[in-house]
Design a protein. Structure first.
Length: 192
């Protein structure tokens, strides 16, 4: 059995390193400083090391607290780590940001079908609907709080999801399916 030559190993390592650097330095958000976007990517790579990932996310937030990419990264990190109470903070920030961008009332329960055409492909409206769904979902998943507060949050989460289902007549967000699963009303065929 032959062993790889040292020059081949170095070349392969160098290639991997340059590939990683290219990914870390790529730009998806022209309005976000490059160093902040890199912090978000580094946080993704540090997923397994919670302290490092949180430090990178905190640094990104300290530099650009109101940028949607930073808020999404903070939300997703907490959601995927099942830290739903923490994720709720960022879901609320995203919902407020999305409401401003879509020209909708800040309080989701004041939004009516007359405020917008929710069946449209308008990215601002679609993002607002996603943010409302995320907000309702994390409200349902919050744990470690007193039973009365938990019941209130669950009720608030269901209200948010039901309001979205009412607004989203075409069920583009599949919130009705989510509510059926939550309510246990019927088995949902995942192939549909």
């Amino acid at each position: 059995m032959s062993t790889p030559s040292p020059s081949l190993s170095r070349s392969s390592a160098s290639s991997s390193s340059s590939l990683a650097d290219r990914w870390l330095n790529q730009r998806a958000y022209p309005d976000l400083p490059a160093e902040v976007e890199r912090l978000l990517r580094e946080a993704g790579l540090a997923w397994h090391d919670q302290r490092s990932a949180e430090g990178l996310l905190a640094e990104a937030e300290s530099r650009c607290p109101d940028h949607v990419a930073v808020m999404i990264a903070q939300y997703r990190f907490r959601l995927y780590k099942h830290r739903f109470t923490d994720a709720l903070t960022y879901a609320g920030k995203l919902l407020a940001w999305a409401a401003r961008g879509a020209g909708l009332p800040a309080d989701y329960w004041r939004v009516t079908r007359a405020d917008a055409t929710f069946a449209s492909a308008d990215p601002a409206l679609r993002f607002w609907m996603w943010a409302l769904q995320a907000y309702g979902y994390v409200l349902l998943r919050c744990e470690g709080i007193a039973d009365t507060a938990r019941a209130e949050r669950e009720n608030d989460g269901l209200q948010a999801l039901r309001h979205l289902a009412w607004l989203d007549e075409a069920d583009q967000t599949k919130t009705r399916t989510l509510l059926q699963v939550i309510d246990g009303r019927e088995q949902v065929d995942p192939t549909e």
